[in-house]
Design a protein around this ligand. Structure first.
Ligand code: ATP
Ligand code: MG
Length: 409
């Protein structure tokens, strides 16, 4: 079940907002509206954020990201459409119910997080818990825990002025974590930070997320940040969501020219994964087959080795032509005793940039295995280099050479 859900959500600023929504619903473009003082900030947004995922909303300045996220927690009422949180429709809630929902279910972290300058780091992190009705000791305990999560142990008694920008932003994050809500909304939470500190915060968010499994809506206008953090990314343009997908889907199948242009400079080798460049393991042999069958198959396909699989599709090992020939001479009737385990294996989610080293060290194609060791696919070096060629950085000469080498395998 999705945790946060938006259905045909609109936010139009200005006096004739409803009229604008009606015409947009009828198919008008925002540019055709010609209603003075009317700004369609979010147009027809529908999506679901699943429990435990980082859902990134990405778009240029003014594309409607903040307006969208503020409708998710009821800070802004929608002009039209519905938002539900844990199955509860918030668009019909009273102000009081919405406030309660914000306290118990959703916390928000902003770009410029306002800390109280004269209160300690601990008091700042505990701010907000009072409203939840907790006693003082319990509040401070929760705040202390949250500060520990963001690596600020030992800073509890300092004041914000003694902290760097990155540390202050961590206090903001700690405050949101202390509230212990299921959903975190983060609006450009890292955008004001220096690039290196920003990366550190991204890493920290990912490791926190691995531990805590929150549902996170993360807004950014930085594509690399979106690609690093997002389980899925919603691309916004001029108020509309133009595509929702994984980083990989958006890179490999951009919904339109706008998205394609937007992502053209991304370093694909850090986003595309083994599963998107692998080939089907077209020629494999069962572990129960005999060495002569293996030799025949190798001859037929001009391979010098084969991947050997069990009936359930898991990888048993590799058989080389030399080993098969020797076994055939000795009259062996299955491959089981003569398999080599010298296989370079990678997981389906390994990013392409991490495939080069194992590929270079292995004579055989890389084996792509899932957790159960099921052979999902193979990646010959040529395929890897060809993929890189499509990505646009490989020297074509290398790819051609590699193809000959791999064909030999
Ligand atoms: N309260 C408001 N009244 C009128 N127009 C508004 C209001 N808030 C936002 N807008 C307009 O709505 C559009 C979307 O703004 P929004 O702040 O959601 O964009 P954003 O994607 O968050 O941009 P940024 O990256 O700069 O934060 C903009 O054209 C903005 O001027
Ligand atoms: Mg914004």
């Amino acid at each position: 079940m999705p945790t946060v859900r938006a259905e045909k959500l609109y936010k139009v600023f200005g006096r004739r907002a409803r009229e604008a929504v009606r015409r947009l619903e009828e198919g008008a473009e925002a540019s055709e509206l010609d209603l003075p003082g009317v700004t369609p900030a979010v147009i027809d947004a529908s999506f679901e954020v699943n429990e435990g995922e980082i859902f990134v909303v990405m778009g240029l300045s003014g594309s409607g990201k903040s307006t969208l996220i503020r409708m998710l927690n009821g800070l802004l009422p929608a002009t039209s459409g519905r938002v539900s949180v844990d199955g509860q429709d918030i668009t019909t809630m009273s102000d009081r119910q919405i406030r309660e929902m914000r306290q118990n279910k959703m916390s928000m972290v902003f770009q410029h997080f306002a800390l109280f300058p004269h209160r300690t780091v601990l008091q700042n992190a505990a701010y907000g818990l009072q409203i939840q009705g907790l006693g003082r000791e319990e509040r401070l305990e929760k705040a202390r825990e949250a500060l520990g999560l963001v690596g600020l142990n030992g800073w509890e008694d300092h004041v914000p002025a003694q902290l760097s920008g990155g540390m202050r932003q961590r206090v903001g994050l700690a405050r949101a974590l202390a509230a212990d809500t299921e959903v975190l909304l983060m609006d450009e939470a890292f955008s004001a930070l220096d690039p290196l500190i920003r990366r550190e915060m991204q890493d920290q968010l990912l490791s926190l997320q691995a531990k805590l499994g929150k549902t996170i809506v993360f807004i950014t206008h930085d594509l690399n940040e979106a690609m690093r953090l997002g389980d899925r990314i919603a691309m916004m343009r001029q108020g509309r969501i133009v595509q929702i997908g994984t980083a990989e889907e958006i890179l490999t199948h951009p919904a339109n020219d706008y998205v394609a242009q937007f992502v053209q400079d991304v370093d694909r080798t850090r986003v595309l994964t083994a599963s998107s460049v692998m080939n089907k393991p077209a020629v494999t042999i069962g572990a129960g087959s005999g060495p002569r069958a293996a030799l025949r198959l190798m001859r037929e396909h001009q391979y010098s080795a084969l991947f050997v699989v069990e009936r359930d599709g898991t990888l048993a090992g590799v058989i080389t032509d030399a080993a098969a020939a020797e076994a055939a001479n000795q009259g062996a009737d299955t491959l089981r005793g003569i398999l080599s385990q010298d296989v370079a294996a990678v997981g389906p989610d390994t990013v392409v940039s991490d495939l080069f080293a194992p590929s270079a060290e292995s004579v055989l194609p890389l084996a792509v295995l899932d957790e159960d060791r099921t052979l999902l696919g193979v990646i010959p070096r040529a395929t890897l280099l060809a993929a890189l060629g499509e990505i646009g950085t490989a020297d074509p000469g290398d790819a051609a050479n590699a193809k000959e080498v791999a064909a030999d395998v």
